[in-house]
Design a binder for this molecule. Structure first.
Ligand SMILES: *Cc1c(COP(=O)(O)O)cnc(C)c1O
Length: 233
């Protein structure tokens, strides 16, 4: 448990150094703890140790940890692949859905938000490396989706999220991060309805310093906070 606290302090120091090296204010960048496969007790330690929000991948884990009050007083975001039949369990319960990766999902979220009478903040997930194994809009599609936000008054587009390909060496992913930033700057310049683009969610355990150098405003970190995940349980 003490380890989680130490890990977060170390990440914060690296975030600060990366921001300063890029001439940025460290306060522009928030730390989202990717909490998948960590129970409420471990999440609570992280929440008390200087993160800004939690990111959950699975609806079942989100629901269970909300019941355990694991995240408060911090916001929780949804960051995993979301099936439309589970949208009802996510909308209105998370501050931000980062992983809107297809139009039917956006339509479904908008419909549920309207039904609940809430405005749901979202990010568009961009498959920036055009990988078959990952979901997300292609970089070419992003602007067209942002332009359609006027049709979804119960959603508000807050920015973009991306998971670039696994980098072979440090620095390899900068071109992908640069690309995401360029797409966001283009969308911002169009001033579409229901878009308030202030979040670029990019950078994870292995590449968050590069992401910060390229303009990330939110890094999502799991392993460097909680240690390696064991998937064979
Ligand atoms: C698990 C996860 C992360 C964190 O990955 P690490 O490499 O463990 O830091 C970030 N984003 C998403 C969407 C994830 O599922």
């Amino acid at each position: 448990m003490e380890e989680i606290r130490r890990n977060i302090a170390a990440i914060r120091a690296k975030m600060d150094a990366a921001a300063r090296a890029a001439g940025r204010d460290p306060r522009e960048i928030s730390l989202c703890a990717a909490t998948k496969m960590n129970d409420a007790a471990r999440v609570k330690i992280a929440v008390q140790s200087g993160i800004d929000c939690c990111g959950e991948n699975r609806v079942q884990e989100l629901t269970a940890k909300l019941q355990d009050d694991a995240y408060s007083p911090l916001p929780v975001h949804f960051i995993g692949h979301l099936q439309t039949n589970k949208v009802r369990q996510v909308v209105g319960r998370v501050a931000l859905i980062q992983s809107v990766d297809r139009l039917p999902l956006l339509q479904c979220i908008a419909q549920e938000a309207a039904k609940q009478g809430v405005i749901q903040d979202i990010l568009l997930e961009i498959n920036v490396g055009a990988e078959d194994s990952k979901s997300g809009f292609s970089p070419d599609e992003a602007d067209g989706i942002a332009a359609q936000m006027a049709n979804f008054p119960h959603c508000r587009l807050r920015g973009l999220m991306a998971i670039p390909p696994m980098a072979k060496k440090t620095g390899d992913n900068r071109r992908f991060f640069d690309k995401i930033r360029t797409i966001a700057v283009d969308i911002i310049s169009k001033k579409y309805d229901n878009t308030h683009m202030d979040c670029l969610s990019m950078g994870m355990t292995d590449d968050f310093e590069d992401a910060i150098a390229c303009g990330s405003t939110m890094i999502r970190v799991g392993t460097a906070i909680f240690g390696a995940r064991t998937y064979n349980k």
